[in-house]
Design a protein around this ligand. Structure first.
Ligand SMILES: Cc1cc2nc3c(=O)[nH]c(=O)nc-3n(C[C@H](O)[C@H](O)[C@H](O)COP(=O)(O)OP(=O)(O)OC[C@H]3O[C@@H](n4cnc5c(N)ncnc54)[C@H](O)[C@@H]3O)c2cc1C
Length: 384
């Protein structure tokens, strides 16, 4: 898959506490005291994360304490500056698409550790936003599908998975598949909607009830050119005000058309979920206009992907753990249920919640199945 760097050249904008500031580099300008508080919070989170193994966060020495509170509770006690707390909340929305009061501190730490540090989660150069796929990331699925001996069955959701001592039967719309082993690679919330026979163990069922999806609307405004570049702006905005918390220049590698991408996340997204498409447009484009000028309010196309409304996603970027989930039920995350194995980015040890995490989780589950098959009887493997 060819990649190209995210466009990040120029001046970025920070909208915080009702003021817009211009900035360059990695750290937004907050004023001396707030900058020290924000950098200190990042440093402390990184240091705490080093004590958390993404493979088993519940074994961290302070797991019970960290899983007993939310990121918001921790920030209230440990980040002295209100402006630094506001920026930290914006970072949490942008990275996990949740409010800081929704998510377990231990989960945040596990994700930080799995990414190799907070800066790697939030950053563009040297961070998660560094590169984009030419043609879009859906090309990964298309290219993988082309390499399969048979095309994948699309539009046939799995409704029921039954198993006995020697095989598994998967019931999807219009097709029944028998196999020795099955890998379920779904976000936990969607995995919980399948009917398992025999039923899942209580611990796994409880875990799935404690790992909801984040809330995100992804807004794309398309223009003839990326006109903000001429004004020296990078197209990158971080805002605590909403509706979008993070904005990027999402133009293709050739630089035309110009595309602005706004992530509306957390509580800002929850509010827009209740709105019509026209109301969403009227909420997002004035913010683009206030940052990039009037031309930004009249894109030739405006698209909104509302992931919570997609029946087969129900939110993004991934499932997150609410307080208590990791320490009470984390051990069920990857434990097979008989002949059923679990993958998906939420089960990853690296880059939890990201595409890279999904890939490594798939490799881990495939390895598990290979080893299990070696001790099983001859494969069944038929579809009817
Ligand atoms: C708007 C948005 C932006 C993102 N940005 C990034 C990014 O910049 N970088 C990054 O690394 N990650 C990003 N992510 C996250 C990334 O997409 C996920 O981490 C990744 O897709 C997880 O892969 P997965 O295989 O675990 O699950 P999924 O990609 O969710 O795959 C699950 C599949 O199962 C299907 N399905 C659901 N229920 C059933 C059923 N009952 N039967 C059969 N099939 C079913 C779904 O349709 C889906 O195709 C983003 C996600 C979103 C939504």
């Amino acid at each position: 898959m060819p990649t190209f760097p995210t466009h990040i050249t120029g001046t970025h904008l920070l909208r915080l506490g009702g003021r817009t500031r211009r900035w360059h580099g990695a750290l937004p300008p907050l004023g001396a005291a707030a900058s020290v508080a924000f950098a200190g919070a990042g440093w402390r989170l990184d240091r705490m994360a080093r004590a958390v193994s993404p493979e088993a966060p519940w074994l961290a020495p302070r797991a019970a304490v960290w899983d007993g509170e939310t990121l918001a509770g921790w920030a209230r006690r440990n980040v002295s500056s209100a402006r630094a707390r506001a920026l930290l909340a914006t970072v949490v929305r942008a990275v996990w698409s949740v409010e800081p009061g929704d998510v377990s501190l231990l989960h945040v730490l596990a994700c930080i550790r799995a990414a190799g540090g907070l800066q790697r989660l939030t950053g563009t150069r040297g961070g998660a936003q560094q590169d984009r796929f030419v043609g879009g990331s859906h090309r990964i699925a298309e290219l993988l599908a082309e390499r399969l001996p048979e095309p994948p069955l699309l539009g046939r959701p799995v409704r029921r998975i039954a198993q006995d001592d020697d095989h598994v039967t998967v019931h999807a719309d219009g097709v029944v598949v028998e196999a020795h082993r099955v890998i379920v690679a779904l976000p936990p919330m969607l995995a919980s909607r399948i009917d398992y026979q025999p039923a899942m163990p209580a611990g796994r069922a409880q875990l799935l009830a404690r790992t909801p999806q984040g809330t995100t609307l992804k807004c794309l405004a398309v223009y003839d050119t990326p006109f903000w570049r001429r004004a020296g702006l990078s197209g990158h905005v971080v805002s605590d005000e909403g509706p979008d918390s993070a904005t990027f220049d999402n133009s293709p590698p050739e630089g035309s058309p110009g595309v602005l991408l706004g992530f509306v996340v957390g509580a800002h997204a929850t509010r827009l979920l209740m709105r019509t498409p026209e109301e969403r447009r009227r909420a997002v484009l004035p913010a683009f206009g206030s940052w990039f000028g009037d031309a930004a309010t009249t894109p030739r196309t405006f698209l909104v992907g509302s992931w919570s409304e997609d029946e087969w996603t129900r939110g993004c970027y991934a499932g997150y753990f609410v307080p208590g989930a990791w320490t009470s039920f984390g051990q069920w995350l990857r434990t097979p249920h008989g002949r059923i194995h679990w993958a998906g980015t939420e089960t990853a040890n690296r880059w939890i919640g990201f595409m890279g995490g999904a890939v490594t989780a798939g490799e881990r589950a495939a390895d598990e199945v290979h080893r299990a098959l070696a001790s099983d009887a001859a494969p069944v493997g038929t579809a009817r």
